[in-house]
Design a protein around this ligand. Structure first.
Ligand SMILES: Cc1cc2nc3c(=O)[nH]c(=O)nc-3n(C[C@H](O)[C@H](O)[C@H](O)COP(=O)(O)O)c2cc1C
Length: 439
């Protein structure tokens, strides 16, 4: 189902100069080596597969445990473990290309030179359409302060990534007071798209053991999942308001089609699905299917109609339409619902949503419109219930894993005094132990 206009909805979009068959992508680091997902969906059907952040050389990441479930998401301290770009080019990229996936390579580094090396190794890589520059990693040249927390360091990393000769997307951290300022610095250095956002700094402590829950110890981890969706929506919204023509990819807590629709309306050209994949490996395909259905149900002909539409203050299906129908008010016809003034593309003008002032169906009776509205609301409610249940199943699975691990560690003597936490909080030696921790 790679077609751009399945079931009458044109799903094609564009991020910067990169045209995509649809706006649903995987989020870096949440899909293993990405080929595993091929067992659950056709990778070619996704807008793109964004792979786990890669550094020029192999990197071991952080000690276990690396993930911990939270009430509305999860904490992780994976620490950017990876095989290095040379091994990835030889072992993983060919399989992705063979499956027809559109590949975005995410890179990171501990210094500007490391970003340049990583980018240089990707130059000419067959099948890679863009480089996502993950600046949520410690800069060893600046007391391990995250690149993403400084406009200058972010700009330097993006500039260095230019060595790849590919379109540059920069993935920013929400843990800053002036995200728009940092985004501006990245754009000034050559980024043609912003990926918003990486995880939110967090921590979990086991009070009984007086110990950190994550192996990263005092450095904590990154929070992801539904808990951070409002943060991501706000980031996308504010950056879209500041940069009307830049590419934007929204990421954070997207688990349902309606979540993706919200992100697009806020200003994203595309979305990435991350933590939801842990509860259900089919999550990106599910979000895509639900988004397509949501668009069809809400008379959205092209997903581009949604992009940034909140900034125009014009609902795609104005509530007034349904109220008018309910009240049996006269209906004005002749305007195509949700029609747009321009096609996909990052051009100067965002798609303009033409307000719908007529009924849902030309010539439909008020009663039909009420019925349609009710059916739509019921389908939305079912969608939400199904997504919630999938999430709850995921939490149960997480809880069982945690329980099994806890029972195992108690049986083997455990770590009641918090030795794991103490051991992990030793001297910083790079991302594995640094003061600011990469996800
Ligand atoms: C286990 C895990 C590993 C991650 N690894 C990376 C990574 O390697 N590079 C990166 O840019 N973001 C990484 N992220 C952040 C996600 O790509 C995403 O930005 C974040 O989780 C928010 O989206 P979500 O709520 O849909 O997961 C990781 C997140 C998780 C949960």
């Amino acid at each position: 189902m790679t077609a751009g206009s399945d079931r009458g909805v044109d799903m094609r979009t564009q991020v910067g100069t990169v045209a995509l068959s649809n706006p649903v992508l995987t989020a870096s680091g949440t899909a293993g080596r990405a080929t595993e997902l091929g067992a659950y969906m056709e990778l070619a059907d996704l807008g793109a597969v964004v792979v786990k952040s890669l550094s020029a050389a192999p990197w071991p990441g952080n000690p276990a445990p690396r993930v911990h479930p939270t009430p509305a998401g999860m904490l992780n301290s994976v620490g950017l473990q990876g095989p290095g770009i040379r091994a990835w080019l030889a072992d993983d990229l060919p399989a992705l290309v063979e499956r027809g996936a559109t590949v975005v390579a995410s890179i990171w580094g501990r210094s500007v030179d490391e970003f340049a090396s990583a980018a240089g190794m990707l130059a000419g890589a067959r099948g890679v359409v863009a480089v996502e520059v993950n600046v949520s990693c410690p800069n060893v040249e600046d007391r391990s302060r995250m690149f993403a927390h400084s406009p200058e360091a972010t700009a330097a990393a993006v500039d260095a990534a230019g060595r790849a000769g590919l379109p540059l997307w920069v993935k920013l951290s929400p843990n800053v007071p002036d995200l728009v300022g940092i985004a501006g610095a990245a754009i000034g250095a050559g980024a043609e798209a912003l990926v918003l956002v990486n995880t939110v700094l967090g921590m979990a402590i086991d009070p009984r053991r007086r110990a950190y829950r994550l192996g990263s110890g005092a450095a904590g981890g990154g929070l992801s999942g539904p808990a951070i969706r409002p943060i991501a929506v706000r980031a996308v919204h504010d950056c879209r308001a500041a940069f009307p023509t830049i590419g934007i990819v929204g990421v954070g807590g997207i688990a349902r089609g309606v979540d993706a629709a919200e992100m697009l309306v806020a200003g994203a050209d595309a979305v990435e699905v991350g933590t939801a994949t842990f509860a259900d490996p089919r999550a990106p395909a599910v979000v895509l299917r639900q988004l397509r259905r949501w668009c069809a149900r809400h008379r959205v002909r092209s997903v581009r109609d949604l992009v940034g539409s909140v900034h125009q203050g014009q609902p795609v299906v104005p509530l007034a339409t349904e109220h008018a129908a309910v009240a049996g008010m006269p209906e004005a016809g002749g305007v195509e619902p949700g029609s747009i003034s321009d096609g996909p593309g990052p051009g100067a003008s965002r798609p303009e949503v033409v307000p719908v002032v007529g009924t849902e169906e030309p010539g439909a009776q008020a009663g039909d419109a009420v019925l349609l509205a009710r059916v739509r609301a019921t389908l939305d409610a079912i969608d939400q219930r199904v997504a919630l249940q999938a999430e709850q199943v995921g939490h149960l699975a997480d809880a069982m894993t945690a329980l099994a691990a806890a029972l195992g560690s108690e049986r083997t003597g455990g770590d009641p005094g918090g030795a794991a936490g103490r051991d992990q909080s030793g001297a910083p030696d790079g991302p594995g132990q640094a003061a600011e921790r990469p996800a």
